[in-house]
Design a protein around this ligand. Structure first.
Ligand SMILES: NC(=O)C1=CN([C@@H]2O[C@H](COP(=O)(O)OP(=O)(O)OC[C@H]3O[C@@H](n4cnc5c(N)ncnc54)[C@H](O)[C@@H]3O)[C@@H](O)[C@H]2O)[C@@H](O)CC1
Ligand SMILES: [K+]
Length: 474
């Protein structure tokens, strides 16, 4: 499991760890990890040019000590001070190692190979001062190819929320973080500013509490997957029902069925538009009609009958996935007619979540973590906000973020496949929170697998799910 913690959690853990260590030991661990990451990126030190952008806190201290190490290895290291009070010991170390120090935002005669963003870390407020933006543009102009390495977090993003309320923030190629991931490394839009995140172990783990946000890794997904035993039969493995597609969007019905029929449960039923049913039977001869199910997927590609489909599914009192058109007919909290709660996974994109919360879409996109949490609480359901890093929020406040995907997955019909897949995982016995996060992981991994770095369509994503599951289990 990849764990991400808040600033306060990190500071408390750091305090507990530091109590048993000599002063400055943690910063040395951080700086050494940072310097080694930079050496790997530069494939050596000798003759390489590195510029440090240095703010006034310990983040700048990390950069200065790492710069000293790089200078001792033979790199030409320049520190640009963006503060009146840089970390004193770090500055002395850099000077002693032969590093140069300057102030101001003047462009260098020659661009460096790599810029280290030691402007602010977890103590930073969102946004960057104008002089800082100017220094950044002078040393790593957009499109210049200068590698930008953020220390701990890209300066200017909001660490605990993943928001980037000010447009001014660092856009890193690599972020080297310490002790644990921070929320901003997982949650968009800040996560997009991090580039590749590398974690340096500084011994913090024993002191960390339960994470604020986590991200499933392959081994976690493998451990959660429902799988058959020699005693299994098609009914005991779970039966998932799909009420999706319409005369207007028949393809969505087919794709939701394709996601559900990826072999993770014993049987798939399709209930819905007769013209869609004929096409489902042709494409998936193993799919059957009306009968008992252990979970429903409702709404993908639905029309004005989605409300009736949702009520029918809720009446069965089995867990369900509420997608697309059916989201428009939800009451908060999710209940069957007559009042009993039904375990549910809602799978909105940002626009649909905005409608669920009566806010603007832009607000959801800017504050994905809080929006998903708010909807989960309001609807008393697991909410999966779809995006490049989908957010899965539990009504009790827990959050998982999915990082297995590829931008190529932003394609028509992908959401229908996901809804069907999560329905199957619910029918296979997973709790809604696990079904949603495992489904998001498999879906993203299937897209990555099918894409191989190139274009992909929803049908291929569904077809790749069994391959991904096989890889996980063998
Ligand atoms: N907490 C930990 O466990 C560890 C922390 N370390 C480093 O220490 C960092 C935290 O250091 P600090 O608490 O000193 O805080 P930071 O270095 O993150 O920033 C605080 C300083 O920046 C100023 N500042 C805040 N927002 C700003 C903005 N938008 N523009 C310009 N200046 C701004 C503040 O006035 C303050 O002087 C971590 O991110 C990490 O890099 C590491 O050395 C080792 C372990
Ligand atoms: K930084």
């Amino acid at each position: 499991m990849r764990a991400a913690h808040t600033e306060a959690q990190v500071r408390a853990a750091e305090e507990a760890l530091m109590a048993g260590l000599p002063p400055g030991a943690l910063m040395q661990r951080a700086a050494s990890g940072l310097a080694h990451a930079v050496l790997a990126l530069l494939d050596g030190a000798y003759g390489r040019r590195v510029t440090l952008l240095v703010g006034g806190g310990d983040n700048g201290g990390d950069a200065l000590f790492a710069g000293a190490l790089l200078a001792r290895r033979g790199a030409a290291v320049d520190a640009v001070l963006l503060t009146e009070s840089p970390h004193e010991a770090g500055l002395a170390a850099l000077r002693a190692a032969g590093g140069r120090v300057r102030r101001g935002t003047a462009a260098p005669r020659e661009l460096p190979d790599l810029v280290v963003d030691g402007i602010v870390g977890i103590g930073g407020r969102p946004g960057l001062r104008d002089d800082t933006v100017a220094a950044l543009e002078a040393h790593a102009p957009a499109g210049s190819g200068v590698t930008v390495v953020a220390v701990d977090v890209p300066s200017g993003v909001e660490v605990d929320t993943g928001r980037t309320p000010e447009d001014a923030h660092v856009r890193a190629d690599v972020t080297v973080t310490f002790g644990t991931h921070k929320v901003a490394h997982l949650v968009d839009p800040a996560a997009r500013a991090c580039g590749v995140v590398q974690l340096v172990d500084i011994g913090l783990a024993p002191h960390l509490p339960a994470p604020a946000v986590e991200a499933l890794q392959a081994a976690d997904v493998a451990a959660l997957l429902p799988r058959p035993t020699p005693a299994s039969h098609k009914y005991s493995r779970g039966v998932v029902g799909v009420r999706a597609g319409s005369g207007r969007y028949p393809g969505a019905g087919l794709l939701a069925v394709a996601g559900a029929a990826s072999g993770l449960v014993g049987m798939v039923r399709y209930v819905g538009d007769p013209t869609v049913l004929d096409r489902v039977r042709e494409a998936h001869p193993e799919v059957v009609g009306v009968g008992r199910v252990q979970a429903w997927t409702v709404g993908s590609g639905g029309d004005n009958r989605a409300g009736a489909a949702l009520r029918a599914a809720l009446a069965d009192e089995v867990p369900l996935v509420v997608d697309a058109e059916a989201l428009r007919h939800l009451d908060a909290p999710v209940r069957r007619e007559g009042g009993e709660p039904v375990p549910a996974v809602l799978t909105p994109h940002a626009g649909e979540l905005a409608a669920l919360l009566d806010v603007e879409r832009a607000e959801v996109e800017a504050d994905q973590l809080a929006s998903a949490r708010r909807a989960a609480e309001r609807y008393d359901a697991v909410v999966l906000l779809k995006g490049s890093h989908s957010v899965v929020a539990h009504p009790d406040g827990r959050v998982r973020v999915n990082t297995s995907s590829t931008p190529w997955l932003a394609t028509a019909g992908a959401g229908d496949v996901l809804a069907g897949l999560i329905g199957a995982l619910l029918a296979g016995g997973l709790a809604p929170y696990d079904a949603a996060s495992v489904g998001a992981w498999l879906h993203g991994a299937a897209a990555t697998y099918a894409s191989q770095g190139g274009p992909v369509v929803a049908t291929q994503v569904a077809a790749a799910i069994p391959e991904v599951v096989r890889d996980l289990l063998t």
